[in-house]
Design a protein around this ligand. Structure first.
Ligand code: F6P
Length: 366
C-alpha cells in the first residue's frame, strides 16, 4: 500500500492544519497509508516518533485551527547533504516515497532539491551499507507535491496562498479597533503589517480599511514621498476626516531601497502635520487565530488535489504545486512558480520596480 507523508514547513499560517487534515483523510480514503512529519524538516532528519502514522480521527477538529498542529521548525541539518541522506534513510525505514509539503517558496525549493537528489541519496544509502539493494529497490523516485501556506500571499502563479485571507481579516479587524480610538482623539496611526517582500497584505488592508496612504516593497513611493504623503493626508483632513491610517508593509522602502520605518512616518506626521500620531505593529497577531472560511476551503480542496497529484505521478512528472487560479484548483510546475517568485524579489533588489509590479498577479499589479 502506498505511503504518503505530509509536512508543514517555514512560517506557519492559518489553514495549514486544515491542509494536513485534508491530505491525511484523502490519503486514507484513497486506500493508502498516511504519515505526518512533525516539526518540519527537523522531523524528517530526526525520524523516529516525529514521523507518525495518522488515522482518520487523529485530525478531527483540525479544519478551523490556526497555525500548524504538526509543528514547523527551521532546520540547518536539512541544508546539508548529510542531513538529507539521514532524512532519506528515515523515509525508507517507514516505507514512504511521497511527500506533500505545505510551506513557502524556501521550503518548497528544499523539497524539490530533495526530489532531484533522491536517486543519488538512495545509491549512497546502499554504498555506505546503511541499506541493502533489496531494501531500497522500490524507492527509485520520490514524489513531491507543494501546497502554499503563507500569510503573505507571496507565491507567483496562485491567486491566494493558504492563510492570506485569514491574516487579512485579522488585520482589518485590528484596524477597525484602532479606527474607534483614532476617531475619538482625531489621531493618526501608522500600522506596520507583515510582508517582507510582498505588499499584498498591506495593499489589500489599505483597500479594505480605506487607509490614507500605503507603503509597499514592490511599488515604492515617488522620490518626494514625504511631501506627497503629507499633502494627501492634509487634503483628507480638510475634507473632514477625523483620523488618519497609514499602512506600512514590513519590507517597505523608498526607491533607493532605504527602509521606510513606521517611526520615520510617525515623525513626519507629528512634525510636519502636527498630528497626534501613534505607531502600532500588528506582529504575530496576524498569523494567529482560527482560519477563515476561505482558507478552510482552500486548504481542503488543495489537500485533496495534492493526494490526487501524488497518485497520478509518473517517474517523469516534475514536482507540482497546487494553486488556485480564477477560482479553479490547478497544478503548476513548482520550480517555475518559485522562479517567478524569486524573479520579483530580484527585480526589487535591482530597483526595477516596473518589472516587479508586472510580475505580480494581474489583479495585484493594477
Ligand atoms: O510568513 C512570512 C512572514 O509572515 C513575514 O511576513 C514575516 O517577515 C515573517 O514571516 C516573520 O517570521 P518570524 O515568525 O520568523 O519572525
Amino acid at each position: 500500500m502506498k505511503k504518503i507523508a505530509v509536512m508543514t514547513s517555514g512560517g506557519d499560517s492559518q489553514g495549514m492544519s486544515g491542509a494536513v487534515r485534508a491530505v491525511v483523510r484523502q490519503t486514507i480514503a484513497s486506500g493508502c497509508i498516511a504519515y505526518a512529519v512533525y516539526e518540519g524538516y527537523e522531523g524528517l532528519v530526526q525520524g523516529g516518533d516525529l514521523i507518525k502514522r495518522m488515522q482518520w480521527e487523529d485530525v478531527r477538529g483540525w479544519l478551523s485551527e490556526g497555525g500548524t498542529l504538526i509543528g514547523t521548525a527551521r532546520c540547518m541539518a536539512f541544508m546539508e547533504r548529510a542531513g538529507r541522506l539521514t532524512a532519506a534513510n528515515n523515509m525508507v525505514e517507514k516505507g514512504i516515497d511521497a511527500l506533500i509539503i505545505c510551506g513557502g517558496d524556501g521550503s518548497l525549493t528544499g523539497a524539490d532539491k530533495f526530489r532531484s537528489e533522491w536517486p543519488s541519496l538512495i545509491d549512497e544509502l546502499v554504498t555506505t551499507g546503511k541499506r541493502t539493494a533489496e531494501e531500497v529497490k522500490q524507492f527509485k523516485h520520490l514524489n513531491i507535491v507543494g501546497l502554499v501556506g503563507s500569510i503573505d500571499n507571496d507565491l507567483s502563479g496562485t491567486d491566494a496562498t493558504i492563510g492570506c485571507y485569514s491574516s487579512l481579516g485579522r488585520i482589518c479587524q485590528a484596524i477597525d479597533y484602532i479606527d474607534a480610538t483614532a476617531l475619538s482623539h482625531q489621531r493618526a496611526f501608522v500600522i506596520e503589517v507583515m510582508g517582507r517582500h510582498c505588499g499584498w497584505l498591506a495593499l489589500m488592508a489599505g483597500v479594505s480599511c480605506g487607509a490614507d496612504f500605503v507603503f509597499l516593497p514592490e511599488n515604492p513611493p515617488s522620490e518626494n514621498w514625504e511631501e506627497e504623503m503629507c499633502s494627501v493626508i492634509s487634503k483628507h483632513r480638510k475634507l473632514g476626516k477625523r483620523k488618519t491610517i497609514v499602512i506600512v508593509a514590513e519590507g517597505a522602502h523608498d526607491r533607493q531601497l532605504t527602509h521606510i520605518s513606521p517611526d520615520v512616518v510617525k515623525d513626519l506626521l507629528s512634525n510636519r502635520l502636527h498630528l497626534d500620531t501613534r505607531v502600532t505593529t500588528l506582529g504575530h497577531v496576524q498569523r494567529g487565530g482560527t482560519a477563515c472560511a476561505y482558507d478552510r476551503m482552500l486548504a481542503t480542496l488543495q489537500g485533496v488535489e495534492a493526494v490526487k497529484a501524488v497518485l497520478e505521478a509518473t517517474p517523469e512528472t516534475t514536482s507540482p504545486v497546487i494553486c488556485i487560479v480564477e477560482n479553479k484548483i490547478v497544478r503548476k510546475n513548482l520550480m517555475e512558480a518559485v522562479k517567478m517568485t524569486k524573479d520579483v524579489a530580484a527585480q526589487i533588489a535591482a530597483k526595477d520596480f516596473g518589472a516587479a509590479m508586472a510580475g505580480r498577479d494581474a489583479e495585484f499589479a493594477e
